[in-house]
Structure formats: C-alpha cells, structure tokens
Design a protein around this ligand. Structure first.
Ligand code: AMP
Length: 255
C-alpha cells in the first residue's frame, strides 16, 4: 500500500493531494484517537483506502519537517516543535493550530478527512469545533482505539519504519524477510526517535494527561465510537467500518 508523504503539507495552503481523493456523496469526516502505538496510523491508512477519505496526520507532517531542508522546517516555531517531538512531548498548541488553520481548505475535501493525531488536547479540540462550525462542517464520529498498556509498549519498542517508503514492520509480529531491510523497497529500517524507551514513557504520560480527557469530552458530545484495537489490522478495520456504518444507519453502540 502507498504511504503518502505528507511533506507537501509543509508547502502551506497551496499544497494539494496526489492522487486526488474520490468525490463522494456522503464523505466521512473522522477524528482518530488512541494512545501512541495503538495502531492509529495503520488504521488511518486502511480507512483512507476503504472510505476514500483524506488522511491528515500532524505527526507525519512534523516527521516530514525533520527530513526537509529549507525554510518551513527551519522556522523558529517549527524548529522548537521538532525538539518537543524528539523528547516525546507535545508540540505547543499554537504551532499545531497554525498548521491546521492554514490548511483548512483540506477539511472541505470531497472525499472527507481522517484526522490522525489531531486534536490531542482539549484546547485543540475546542479550536477544531469552532473552525468546523465556521466552515459549516460536522464530524461523523471520533473513533477511539483501545488496547492494554503492556501490549502498546511492546508494539512501540518493536516498531521499525522504512527510511525511504515509510512501510512499518515489527521485529517479532511483522518482521521483514531480511533483518533491517524493507521488503517493499529495500530501504533501511530504523526505529523512530520517539519510539526509544525514554521518549515512550514521556509520550504515554503525555497521552494520559492531555489526550484522555478528549475521550470524555467526545463521549459527552455523543460522537465517540470505541473500538478494541486487538487482532490483525484487517480485523480492526472491519470492526471500525461496521461501527461507522451502524452509526450512520442509526444502530446504537456503547462508547
Ligand atoms: P504521532 O505520529 O501522532 O504519534 O505524533 C508524533 C509526535 O508529533 C507527537 O509525539 C508530538 O510530539 C507531535 N504531535 C503530533 N500531533 C500533535 C498535536 N496534535 N499536538 C501536539 N503535538 C503533536
């Protein structure tokens, strides 16, 4: 599967998606929540394929910025943002918000959108709600992926990513045919800086403090759909699309 490189987002509001998303009569507009390592990014890619919606990951944009030479990545707020990211801490709301606000045209994508990694704090959630109201758009659902903590830590510490095509492997659960070499493009597999153990501890603490309150927030608004994130990526995808379609068809789900 293609992993879209979101580096284009660094070009600002003028950036566009390639290939263009499908034009849908009832596009899905979703937010994905879940602890780091729960498999949100993988589900976002599968959902993008399944639903035709555009996958927008703020984490992908910041990682692209670390690889991009040139002004956006070296602007003072972006340089500061990357230091936060490398330590496993959240980037300041103001920097993240600037990134989203500038690209709000993407929220009108004819294929819908899947926000992955945004919002991450109550401040960001409230800012998004205001923006969506201004743009006359509504969220269909906030999908919350759930998994026990020890499983999450194992997933993060074993995760390896191709430095070229961004394909994701796991050293025991989805190992490459040759150690440290990507099956798809032959690129070298590396461990994300923020998957190293110290940064993982910080990310989990940050998630509990800043992002878990969002689960309660969206449950209160009636938009939360909780999904058990165990099993294969395809099983989790099926669970997700069934819950989404049930929601659209008016079948009640416990969140
Ligand atoms: P992710 O790939 O979503 O786990 O994001 C990787 C890192 O990017 C996070 O640990 C944060 O440092 C930063 N980041 C991504 N999205 C946000 C956000 N919405 N708010 C603050 N920091 C973010």
């Amino acid at each position: 599967m293609n992993h879209p490189d979101r580096a284009a987002w660094l070009d600002g509001p003028a950036s566009y998606c390639s290939p263009h998303p499908r034009e849908l009569s009832r596009p899905w507009r979703l937010v994905l929540l879940g602890a780091p390592g729960v498999g949100k990014g993988t589900q976002a890619q599968l959902l993008q394929h399944e639903l035709g919606a555009c996958h927008l990951s703020t984490g992908d944009v910041f990682r692209a910025a670390t690889r991009t030479k040139g002004c956006p990545a070296s602007s003072p707020p972006m340089a500061a943002a990357l230091h936060f990211m490398q330590r496993g801490e959240l980037v300041p709301d103001s920097t993240v918000w600037e990134l989203i606000r500038e690209r709000r045209a993407c929220l009108h994508c004819k294929g819908g959108f899947i926000l992955d990694g945004f919002p991450r704090t109550l401040v960001q959630a409230e800012a998004l709600e205001t923006l969506l109201r201004q743009e006359a758009l509504t969220l269909d659902a906030v999908v919350n992926y759930e998994l026990p903590l020890p499983t999450i830590i194992d997933r993060l510490s074993g995760r390896r990513t191709c430095s070229q095509c961004k394909a994701v492997f796991h050293i025991t659960q989805n190992p490459p045919k040759q150690p440290c070499v990507c099956d798809q493009c032959g690129g070298s597999l590396t461990q994300r800086e923020d998957d190293l153990s110290e940064a993982v501890a910080v990310r989990m603490e940050t998630y509990t403090r800043a992002t878990v309150p969002l689960v309660h927030h969206y449950r209160g608004l009636g938009t939360l759909l909780s999904i058990v994130a165990s099993g294969s990526p395809e099983e989790i995808l099926q669970r997700t699309t069934k819950a989404l379609n049930d929601r659209r068809d008016g079948v009640l789900h416990s969140a």
